[in-house]
Structure formats: structure tokens, C-alpha cells
Design a protein around this ligand. Structure first.
Ligand code: 4NP
Length: 157
């Protein structure tokens, strides 16, 4: 994987409206800045928000950093995604378990990883879910995702 010129990355959370849209937007920006031939997309393991744009506070914290994620639309993670991506990043432990469940019996989980483990190896840390909190929760989420995307770029570029 290290030396492949192109890498297809999928960022996955529950709703695909708070965390993974930030991860997609930040990684897209870094791919462009670094001139990499990578692709990034995002999805959610739950259906509640299919077709919706990212949460307004996710949009706001990204836009404050010059990244417009308003055009993204939530979609559900599917079994087919295992064939379409080289790396599937779960934003949290419950998301990892649900990806495994959707994959079903015999799924090769080798390409699935907990996202923050790329920044803090073996920590099994989750990106906090800001959905139930207020706007204050989105900045630390953004910063953790930003640092982790930097770590991924440095590791695989
Ligand atoms: P996300 O946050 O997984 O970061 O998009 C959530 C958004 C919506 C819900 C849960 C988490 N929800 O239960 O509707």
C-alpha cells in the first residue's frame, strides 16, 4: 500500500453528517495540496440522514478553515464499498463493529482501521461524536481529524 501511486480512502461514521464529512473535506484538501493521485469519499453506517448535507456546525468549522463541504450528501456504507476502496477508516469503535456487521461472514477486515490509530497507534481512540453536544464540540473534532489526516498523508504518500 505504501508505494501505490493512488489510494482510494473511505471515511466512515454513523450518520455521515458530522465527523466523516469533515474527514472527507480535510483529506480532499490535503490530497490537492500535496499533489497526490488519491481519492477520498465518506459514508455512514446508519440510514437516518441519507441525502442530507453535512451538519451546519461541521460546515461552519470547515469553512472557517477555508474548506467548503456544503456540496457533500450523506450516503450509507454498503458491502460494495469493500471492493471500491483500499483503506476504510472507521471514526469510532461502534462504527468499526457496524462495518464488520455490514460486510458479513468472511469479510476481510484487513483494509478497515480505526482512524485515530494512524495518529496514535494502538490507542483504539474514537473521534468523539459531536451530534449530541453543542457547537463547542466541533472544533476539537476538527482538530483531531486534521492531525490524523496529516499522519495518514505522511505515512502513505
Ligand atoms: P456522525 O454523527 O456519525 O458523526 O455523522 C451522528 C449524526 C447523527 C446521528 C448520530 C451520530 N443520529 O443518531 O442521528
Amino acid at each position: 500500500m505504501h508505494t501505490l501511486g493512488s489510494m482510494r480512502i473511505l471515511m466512515v461514521c454513523l450518520g455521515n453528517i458530522c465527523r466523516s464529512p469533515i474527514a472527507e473535506g480535510l483529506m480532499q484538501r490535503k490530497i490537492e495540496t500535496n499533489g497526490l493521485d488519491w481519492k477520498v469519499d465518506s459514508a455512514g453506517t446508519e440510514s437516518y440522514h441519507i441525502g442530507e448535507p453535512p451538519h451546519r456546525y461541521s460546515q461552519k468549522v470547515c469553512l472557517a478553515n477555508g474548506i467548503d463541504i456544503s456540496k457533500q450528501r450523506a450516503r450509507k456504507f454498503t458491502k460494495n464499498d469493500f471492493d471500491q476502496f483500499d483503506k476504510i477508516y472507521a471514526m469510532a469503535a461502534d462504527v468499526y463493529d457496524e462495518i464488520k456487521h455490514i460486510g458479513g461472514h468472511g469479510t476481510d477486515m484487513g483494509k478497515v482501521a480505526l482512524f485515530v490509530n494512524e495518529l496514535h497507534p494502538d490507542s483504539n481512540q474514537s473521534v468523539p461524536d459531536p451530534w449530541y453536544g453543542d457547537e463547542d464540540g466541533y472544533l476539537p473534532v476538527y482538530e483531531l481529524i486534521d492531525q490524523t489526516c496529516n499522519a495518514i498523508i505522511e505515512k502513505y504518500k
